[in-house]
Design a binder for this molecule. Structure first.
Ligand SMILES: [Fe+2]
Length: 138
C-alpha cells in the first residue's frame, strides 16, 4: 500500500490507542457518574477506531502498528483533572483536523467512509465533554 497512507493510518491508530488509554485512566478519576460514563464510552470509541484503522491497513496490504502514541505521557504530565480533560479534547480536535486534511487524497471508498464517521464521532465526544465541563461535572 501507499507508504504515506500507511504512515498516516498508523499514526492515527497510535493516537487512538493513546486516547483509549488516557480515557481509561481519566474514567477512574472522574467522580461525577455521568462524566465517568461519558469518558468510558469515549474510551471504547477510541479502542474501536484503533482496531478499525489496523484492519484497514491490513486490508490495503500494509503492516499495522500496534504502538501507543506519546499522548498518554503528555496527559499524565498535566496537573489537574480539568486540565487533563481539556488537553484530551485538544487532542481529539487534532485527530479531526488530520482526517479532514487527508480525506480528499484518499481513493478507497470504504476507508473514506470510515474516516468520515470517525471524525463525526470525535465531534460528538468533544461536544459531550465540553457540555459536561460547562455543567461543572468533574
Ligand atoms: Fe480519538
Amino acid at each position: 500500500m501507499d507508504t504515506q497512507l500507511e504512515g498516516f493510518l498508523n499514526t492515527l491508530g497510535e493516537a487512538e490507542r493513546a486516547g483509549g488509554r488516557v480515557l481509561h485512566e481519566l474514567t477512574a478519576e472522574a467522580r461525577a457518574l455521568e462524566l465517568r460514563e461519558l469518558l468510558k464510552k469515549a474510551g471504547h470509541d477510541e479502542g474501536y477506531y484503533a482496531g478499525e484503522l489496523s484492519a484497514h491497513v491490513r486490508r490495503l496490504g500494509g503492516i499495522a502498528s500496534n504502538k501507543t502514541g506519546d499522548f498518554v505521557e503528555k496527559v499524565r504530565a498535566v496537573g489537574g483533572f480539568r486540565a487533563k480533560l481539556e488537553l484530551l479534547n485538544r487532542g481529539q480536535r487534532w485527530v479531526i483536523r488530520k482526517i479532514e486534511e487527508q480525506i480528499p487524497t484518499i481513493a478507497d471508498p470504504e476507508l473514506r467512509a470510515f474516516l468520515s464517521v470517525m471524525a463525526k464521532g470525535h465531534h460528538v465526544n468533544i461536544g459531550a465533554l465540553e457540555e459536561a465541563l460547562k455543567e461543572g461535572l468533574l
